[in-house]
Every structure is written in C-alpha cells, then in structure tokens.
Design a protein around this ligand. Structure first.
Ligand code: AP5
Length: 216
C-alpha cells in the first residue's frame, strides 16, 4: 500500500476533497499548504499580509518564503507512517526542496497522483465551491451541497467563498498553474513516481481510481 503521497493538479481538480478522504481512510496526515497559508490570515502579522496579497491576486507566494513556511509546517508532523501533501510542491524549485527534506529525514515518497481535469470543469467546480472556515470541510453548491443551507455538515459553521475563487482570479491561477506547476508532471514522470488519475466524475469514482493506484 502506498502511503507517502503528493497530490498534483490544477486549481479545483479535487486535491483537497480527495486528500481529506484518503487521510481519514489511511489515518495519515493530510497537509495542505493553501489551508495552512489561509490559516495564517487570521493573525494580523506582517507575513500574513504578504501572503494575502499574493493569494488574493492568484499568484504564488515566492519560493523562499513558502519553503521556510512549509519546513516549519512539516516539522510539526510525524511523516514516517505516511502523508498526503496538497498544494506543494508547486514549482520545480519547491520539488527539489521537498525531495531534499524527505531524503534528509529518511522518509520515502511512494507516488505523485496527478489529478487531471479539463479547464472548463475547473471553472465550474471553483465557482460552486464553499468552504468551512472552522474545520476546513469543502462543499460545492452544485455537486456536493451541505445538508443544511450554507452550514457545515461537520461543525455547523457558516460556509464561505474563498476570495481567490472569483472569476478573474481563477483565470490567473490557471495560467500560473500552467506556467509554474505543470512542469512538475514531467519532473515526477522522469523519476517514475507519477500516476495520472482521471479526476472527472463523482467524488466516489475518483476516490475509487485513487484507491486502485494506492493498492497497486
Ligand atoms: P490552494 O489552496 O492549494 O489552491 P489550488 O491548488 O488552487 O487548489 P484548490 O484548493 O483551488 O482546489 P483543489 O484541487 O483542492 O479542489 P477542491 O477539492 O477544493 O492554493 C491557494 C493559493 O495559495 C495559491 O494560489 C497560492 O497563492 C498559495 N499557495 C499555496 N501553496 C503554495 C505553494 N506551495 N507555493 C506558493 N504559493 C502557494 O475541489 C474544488 C471544488 O470542486 C469543491 O467545491 C469540491 O466540492 C468540488 N469537487 C471536488 N471533487 C469533485 C468531483 N469529483 N465532482 C464534482 N465536484 C467536485
């Protein structure tokens, strides 16, 4: 069973949705750089303001800043039994950084799951996304609505829309993904770590495809 996992894919591909489910099923930490950066927003620190500026414009936080942040974040977890990384690495530089980090701690990387999905599906998914600001659960008003209108099924908090989910910012995020992150497909293919998953279809059917790869 593969338990040391990186999730790769465009914005809205379902990385967060699938990552949370795998994490719960395998009882391994699900670590999302996007969620961790957004959590920082809560504090009115200088660094939080800096993050906000990049994220709300659909740009990547610069490698040096984000790598330091991710290192501190990862140090809080025991990664030996496994992990699921969502949202990082996101540039070739970050990929080198993560590979070095794992190697230094003698922790393997088993597989990079590339969730592949067409752009038009991305826009549909993102425009309907609502998130729980309290527990991080992700919903979609079209595909996966909460049971009670606009309230989180898990903790009852009022759901919100992410600032970077507005249409003009989404377009920018897709462009940034194609330029900065898509080269990682080739990077991990060369290392024979990449497995492509068709991410179109229901949450359950995508989860089934992922399980098959992890079991194999
Ligand atoms: P981040 O939070 O990582 O955003 P992202 O990569 O753009 O991915 P998303 O969270 O938008 O999508 P997802 O693939 O997780 O999809 P989800 O499961 O939610 O990053 C945000 C920003 O932070 C970046 O732009 C950058 O500024 C910064 N940042 C983060 N990491 C960084 C790094 N390493 N370096 C530099 N900057 C960094 O699903 C989307 C919607 O679709 C949901 O509504 C969901 O319910 C629905 N859905 C999911 N699966 C299905 C399905 N099968 N069918 C129908 N609907 C579905």
């Amino acid at each position: 069973m593969k338990t040391h996992i990186i999730l790769l894919g465009p914005p809205g591909a379902g990385k967060g949705t699938q990552g949370q489910l795998i994490g719960e099923k395998l009882n391994i930490p699900f670590i999302s750089s996007g969620d961790a950066l957004r959590e920082e927003f809560g504090g009115n620190t200088e660094i939080a303001e800096k993050f906000k500026k990049y994220i709300n414009a659909g740009l990547l936080v610069p490698d040096d800043v984000v790598e330091e942040f991710i290192e501190t974040l990862l140090d809080k977890y025991n990664l030996e039994k496994g992990f699921i990384f969502d949202g990082f690495p996101r540039t070739v530089h970050q990929a080198g950084f993560i590979m070095d980090y794992l190697k230094a701690k003698n922790i393997p990387l088993d597989v990079v799951l590339y969730l592949s999905i067409p752009d038009e599906e991305v826009v549909k998914r993102i425009s309907g996304r609502r998130i729980c600001p309290k527990c991080g659960a992700v919903y979609n008003i079209y595909f996966n609505p909460p049971k009670n209108d606009n309230l989180c099924d898990k903790c009852g908090a009022k759901l919100v829309q992410r600032d970077d989910d507005k249409e003009n910012v989404v377009e920018k995020r897709i462009k940034v993904y194609e330029k900065e992150t898509a080269p990682l497909i080739e990077f991990f293919k060369e290392k024979q770590l990449l497995k492509e998953i068709d991410a179109v279809g229901s949450v359950e059917s995508v989860q089934y495809r992922i399980q098959e790869v992890l079991n194999g």
